[in-house]
Design a protein around this ligand. Structure first.
Ligand code: CA
Length: 227
């Protein structure tokens, strides 16, 4: 299931797209104006944003710029303007794809799925095992000694990121950018809080680390505690 945000001011279109995509098994949020869309997009945890260009409060192309300043989430622009110049301008300013109104839910769904295939196009790898810890990035499951560990989405993303580069130190800024998509963050405690909870769930603490090692002043890395 993918998380999709629709930003569209026209009630009938917003509702039709929401029910179509929800019916196709996606998790859909829908908002009617641009600023709310930006605020939601910067919170992250979205797989695709569908953005109407003609919005009541600010132009969709401005919304796109604001989203792009803080996020790499794929954006599909929905436009009533089918002039080639306009479409080129939209794609150059950071849209991943576009649909020209009127378009069907089926067309939008096909474009969303194509984007999801591309954004998930890193070579699929089997589960990663580090000591007794196994991380299955396809199924998004984690086990320790065969016992399943219940993680939130961000805790999983954080662990999977560290597991993708075992033994390599990641700075908190890097984690904020790569896991939270917040390249300008750094002052808040988001990473520390998630690391602390993740450690507890993995059965360790900062004082007695096993898998997650802190390199003071640098960052953290995932290691095999038994090697
Ligand atoms: Ca509109």
């Amino acid at each position: 299931m993918s998380s999709i945000l629709i930003v569209e001011d026209e009630f009938s279109i917003r509702n039709a797209l929401t029910s179509f995509l929800a019916g196709a098994g996606h998790s859909v949020e829908a908002l009617a104006n641009g600023m709310e869309g930006v605020q939601r997009a910067v919170q992250g945890e979205l797989d695709v944003v569908v953005l109407d260009l003609g919005l009541p409060d600010i132009d969709g192309s401005e919304v796109l710029k604001m989203i792009r300043a803080v996020s790499t989430v794929p954006v599909i622009v929905a436009t009533a303007r089918d002039e080639e110049e306009e479409i080129i301008r939209i794609l150059k300013s950071g849209a991943d794809d576009y649909v020209v109104k009127p378009f069907s839910g089926a067309q939008l769904q096909a474009r969303i799925e194509a984007i999801l295939r591309r954004s998930g196009s890193e070579p699929t790898q089997g589960p990663i095992s580090i000591g007794q810890l196994t991380i299955d990035t396809e199924r998004r499951t984690v086990t320790i000694s065969g016992e399943s560990v219940d993680l939130t989405r961000k805790e999983f993303d954080l662990l999977a990121y560290l597991a993708s580069r075992v033994g390599v130190v990641a700075s908190k800024r890097e984690l904020l950018a790569e896991v939270w998509r917040q390249p300008y963050g750094g002052a808040d405690k988001t990473v520390d809080v998630h690391l602390s909870v993740l450690r507890r769930k993995l059965g360790e603490t900062a004082a007695e680390p096993r898998y997650i090692r802190t390199i003071h002043g640098v960052g953290v890395k995932l290691v095999d505690p038994d090697s």
